[in-house]
Design a protein around this ligand. Structure first.
Ligand code: CO
Length: 134
């Protein structure tokens, strides 16, 4: 059911410093910061030949990233995103198998303008999974 790895998301305590490190030290193609108020994050996308890296920084008072950075002050891998052909069919199949979908269970529009859902990390080996319609 899952397809390509769309991105790996890393929560960072300093978005400018992390962007500069990927651009200048690692020599990657780094995009401009984008605010995603619906998700409580500011994101920077880094384009690699085979996938993307998403740097995440808290936006607003109730950002889901704030608690993560409190527990991981140096930052850390926050989630991985897999592509699916049909996000509603994927959701229904996963729910039927007992997986928990976060939020109200309805897809939101993600950072690439496509519908996304998140799956509970406790159901997937401690890894928060994002599904994005391809
Ligand atoms: Co993501």
């Amino acid at each position: 059911m899952i397809g390509r790895l769309n991105h790996v998301a890393i929560a960072v305590p300093d978005l400018a410093a992390a962007s500069a490190q990927y651009r200048d030290t690692l020599g990657a193609t780094v995009g401009a910061p984008q605010d995603e108020p619906d998700h409580g994050v500011t994101v920077v996308f880094i384009t690699l030949p085979n996938t993307k890296i998403e740097l995440l920084y808290p936006l607003g008072d109730s950002s889901p990233i704030t608690g993560f950075l409190d527990k991981n002050p140096a930052g850390g891998i926050h989630h991985i995103c897999y592509e699916v052909d049909d996000i509603l069919a994927a959701r229904d199949r996963l729910k039927a198998q007992g997986a928990r979908v976060l939020g109200n269970g309805e897809p939101k529009i993600g950072a690439h303008g496509k519908p996304v859902l998140f799956l509970h990390p406790k159901d997937f080996n401690g890894c928060l999974i994002e599904l994005e319609q391809s």
